[in-house]
Ligand binder design. Structure first.
Ligand code: NPW
Ligand code: K
Length: 467
């Protein structure tokens, strides 16, 4: 579970936001008391009357831990504390001095039913030392409930990379804002349930977690064309385009046309067929002014005909959603080509497709943002963690989607859903974020061992939850 639409900042941005609060006259100890009060509240809620063990590291994450220990002890909880070293910050040192309860060293620590992890937060700079990681993992294993303060110790704040964090953490209480590490890479699977404490720190960011979209019910006088017309282009594997077309229909598009050289193929009767045999046919078809968005790529193939179709779609002044083979065909020329498009473009690559199109270094967010700016396209970089970035610098992150989505055809469904949102919701990151949410929710509703067709059946239910 992830807070919906929550702000996301890097470690450096969080530090800058905290500094601004200090500059406005709030003392560091006061902010730490605020953070620890939120920690103590959550721990008390989950601990009931069970004994608590609190791990305190050398930085301000440890400072939070000392204060939380004091507050919980004062409320009558049975608290033991483990200090892993001498406090390295003034605030942590002052908070340690105020803690009067039982304290032991790490290696003398005895497991207790409730564990609070205040070892490291946004200041982690390297992997956990091996002995510490082993003891920490063992304490988590033997606890009935573990809460991490701000981040699980052993997760990199900005990338979510594994720096030795244990498995089995039940709750992570993010302080002030989410960090990329809560959602990306290993972070997405190590945090457990993610909660967010509002510390009254003003956060200025264009990065957020994907939120449940608000969708409109068609008006009383709506008709099929005003709800948007999606054209899906068929290729070598027609099933893929059919999945995208059916997903666009289920996602609320008013009219969906499947264009290809099989004018009477399988599919629902409501799906309109249009014969398109050559790139010239396609150019003529895309000149139809009723078309609001085009999907190209699912099952397209990679032959010369596919390339010619790609050129024709590129030249048409229509919003374009590119997936699968279209992305492979673009390859390393993607950015140069995309810059020339006369209308907005959305790309939905998985990591392999993304790597073939864009170079670059850094976290998944940094790379996706750079690629979106360079290509002037909105990019839905799919995976266990999905990063959506717009050329304007907006980012939406989605984590925790069903692992059963890793099956053929689910990407085609996302492309179709995205087209349906583009024709209804408009520009940039908004339809992309809505499509990602609906896709993840449909997968949740479809349950284990889903197939792409089943995913489509659950889209209407997901849509109904957004009305
Ligand atoms: N600023 C504020 O007022 C507020 C901050 N808040 C809290 O502060 C947290 C951030 O605090 P922080 O910056 O002190 O970093 P933190 O994660 O505690 O640790 C840094 C220390 O660990 C050390 N170290 C790093 N990696 C290590 C490793 N693998 N193994 C061993 N040592 C390692 C590192 O040493 P160094 O890298 O310098 O050698 C340094 O000594 C934040 O997450 C939130 O909980 C809230 O209270 C709100 C108010
Ligand atoms: K922590």
């Amino acid at each position: 579970m992830i807070p919906s639409g929550a702000p996301i900042v890097t470690a450096a941005q969080m530090r800058a936001a905290e500094q601004a609060v200090f500059a406005s006259g709030v003392a560091q100890d006061e902010l730490m008391e605020r953070a620890a009060a939120a920690v103590a509240r959550e721990v008390a809620r989950f601990a009931m009357d069970r004994p608590i063990l609190i791990l305190a590291g050398p930085g301000n994450n440890g400072g939070d831990a000392y204060v939380a220990a004091r507050l919980l002890h004062a409320r009558g909880h049975d608290v033991n504390l483990v200090a892993t070293g001498t406090p390295q910050t003034g605030a942590a040192e002052r908070m340690q001095a105020l803690w009067q309860g039982p304290t032991s060293s790490l290696y003398a620590a005895r497991p207790r039913p409730v564990l609070v992890d205040g070892l490291f937060g946004t200041g982690m700079t390297r992997p956990l030392e091996r002995g510490l990681a082993a003891v920490f993992a063992d304490l988590v294993k033997q606890a009935d409930f573990t809460l991490s303060i701000d981040l699980p110790s052993g997760i990199d704040t900005d990338s979510g990379a594994d720096l030795g964090a244990p498995r089995g953490i039940d709750v992570t209480l993010a302080l002030g804002a989410l960090k990329p590490g809560h959602l990306l890479d290993c972070g997405g699977e190590r945090c457990g349930t993610l909660l967010l404490a509002d510390l009254d720190i003003p956060i200025d960011t264009r990065w957020r977690s994907v939120a449940r979209p608000r969708l409109d019910t068609p008006g009383a006088h709506s008709h099929k064309y005003c709800r948007g017309l999606v054209a899906v282009i068929e290729g070598a594997m027609p099933g893929a385009a059919r999945l995208a077309a059916r997903a666009a229909m289920a996602g609320g598009a008013g009219y969906v046309v499947l264009a290809g050289d099989r004018p009477w193929g399988d599919g629902p009767d409501a799906l309109v067929r249009r014969e398109v045999r050559s790139a010239e046919d396609l150019t003529e078809f895309l000149g139809w002014d009723r078309i609001d968005a085009v999907v190209l790529g699912p099952g397209l193939g990679r032959d010369r005909r596919a390339e010619a179709f790609l050129r024709a779609a590129f030249a048409a002044p229509k919003p374009l959603i590119l997936d699968g083979d279209a992305l492979t065909l673009l390859g390393s020329n993607a950015a140069r080509w995309l810059q020339t498009r006369p209308a907005p473009t959305w790309l939905t690559p998985h990591w392999g497709e993304f790597d073939r199109m864009f170079a670059g270094e850094g976290s998944k967010i940094a790379r996706t943002l750079a690629a979106a700016a360079e290509a002037r396209a909105t990019i839905v970089h799919k995976g266990a963690d999905t990063v959506i970035a717009s050329p304007k610098g907006d980012v939406r992150l989605l984590a925790g989607a069903s692992p059963w989505l890793s099956t053929a055809g689910t990407g085609d469904v996302l492309a179709g859903l995205l087209a349906a949102q583009v024709v209804q919701e408009g520009k940039g990151i908004v339809p992309a974020s809505a499509a990602a949410w609906l896709h993840a929710r449909a997968a949740q509703l479809a349950g284990p061992a889903l197939i792409a067709d089943a995913l489509i059946m659950h889209i209407p239910q997901a849509v109904s939850e957004c009305l």
